[in-house]
Design a protein around this ligand. Structure first.
Ligand code: ATP
Ligand code: MG
Length: 396
């Protein structure tokens, strides 16, 4: 019966979504199919509120778990075996299952936990557990029961026709299926924060697209390649996406020529937002996403964020707003972007960096200095100079 390896995948929050549940489930199944496809012959199906993945035995289990582990919207994954819902058969399958664990892992103690999803089954859950436990003790002489701290929890999930046996629940990424919550344009620098922000929004189901600003020739081609590589890591989770690349130098030069030096950073940020807003609108993105975190640097004080926000009408999502840097760094490590982010390359924000940036900018003053610039023309020229790069998942 088990000529293929079976994996049970449980939905995360998508399970709570009432009437829209089939929509979320379908997105999730499609996403899993897409990720496991390259491993070989694998079937992905949903049934009774679960997803069942059946893979050829030649495909290493850890490869499948790793791929499914990149999918947003999954609560947990269990490698499992299945047998008919009949106590004799379940007992036999349990013995075979435990014998394998004895051989592979030197398991000595176990505990059975049974759940009867099919309430018409004549034996109740605690009695199923007892019967299966007795079969295992009889068939695996080296094993003992330990109800407090067993080496293995043997879960028995009894359904109408089929019963599933498994021992672990590997935690998934959680969140919601990719593509279930609109599309956002991420302002992607080469730093630690913005890739984490992109990932967090994507984990809530948001499809992403990115815009990256550079100041070539002050910033190098290699600096841009680094951002492309970072984006490639994000694409592992977020699927293939577009990255718009724009040279901000003409704008920076105008700001430098017409505004007080200490306003450079905040003025530039307002332009980044406005150019981003135009790119977003052109590409069906309904929100902007940044890696800003309250108080992290001068341009991220409460006052500075208000002045930045006043430059656009599109909603700006800042998922890191209340996170500490150490928490953001931990998440970056978990995602796999950290090592790439800390590679030392110049960023466009560091060109013309003021010695003493304003920490409490006032909107009226900023707008007054800005009056000396041809804002609309600068924005449209920046948008027109845009180059689009397709970002593909980075496979190591
Ligand atoms: P990060 O680690 O993301 O670079 P940061 O702490 O260095 O963030 P800033 O440089 O002030 O902070 O940038 C704040 C946010 O503005 C970034 O998280 C990103 O969303 C956006 N941003 C900054 N520089 C760029 C850039 N060169 N291209 C696109 N977006 C940028
Ligand atoms: Mg930065």
């Amino acid at each position: 019966m088990n000529e293929r390896n079976l994996f049970i995948v449980r939905f995360g929050e998508a399970a709570l979504k009432g009437q829209n549940k089939p929509y979320f489930e379908k997105l999730l199944v499609e996403r899993i199919r897409k990720l496991v496809k390259r491993l070989g012959s694998i079937e992905v199906r949903r049934k009774e509120g679960l997803i069942f993945v059946r893979a050829d035995k030649s495909i290493p289990q850890e490869d499948i778990i790793r791929e499914i582990g990149k999918v947003f919207g999954i609560a947990s994954i269990s490698p499992a075996v299945e047998c008919p819902s009949d106590l004799e058969e379940i007992g036999r399958a349990a013995v075979e299952y435990m014998n394998r664990l004895i051989q592979e892992k030197g398991v000595k103690t176990f505990k059975v936990e049974a759940k009867r999803a099919d309430k018409s089954f004549p034996v109740k859950s605690p009695d199923i557990a007892k019967k299966v436990g007795a079969s295992v003790l009889k068939g695996c002489k080296v094993l003992k029961v330990d109800v407090h701290d067993p080496d293995v929890h043997l879960f028995v999930d009894l359904r109408r026709d089929v019963t599933y046996l498994y021992q672990q629940k590997i935690k998934g990424l959680g969140g919601l299926p990719l593509g279930s919550n609109g599309k956002g344009l991420v302002l992607l620098s080469g730093g630690i924060d913005s890739p984490v922000a992109a990932w967090m929004m994507a984990r809530r189901g948001m499809q992403i697209e990115a815009v990256h600003y550079h100041s070539y020739p002050y910033t190098s081609e290699r600096a841009q390649e680094k951002v492309e590589e970072l984006a490639g890591i994000l694409a592992v989770y977020c699927s293939r996406f577009k990255m718009h690349v724009i040279n901000m130098l003409p704008i920076q030069e105008q700001i430098a020529a017409h505004c007080p030096a200490e306003e450079m950073t905040i003025q530039l940020r307002r332009f980044m937002m406005r150019v981003g807003e135009k790119i977003a609108a052109k590409n069906d993105c309904s929100m902007l996403v940044t890696g800003e975190s309250l108080g992290q640097v001068a341009s991220q004080t409460a006052e500075a964020l208000c002045v930045t926000d006043a430059s656009v009408t599109m909603p700006v999502m800042r998922p890191l707003i209340a996170m500490d840097k150490t928490e953001i760094m931990d998440l970056a490590r978990h995602i796999g972007t950290y090592e790439k982010s800390i590679e030392p390359y110049e960023d466009c924000c560091t060109v013309f960096l003021p010695k003493h940036p304003l920490t409490k900018p006032r909107l009226d003053r900023i707008e007054r200095s800005e009056a000396g610039l041809d804002v609309e023309r600068l924005i449209s020229e920046a948008v027109e100079s845009e180059e689009t790069i397709d970002i593909y998942p980075r496979i190591d």
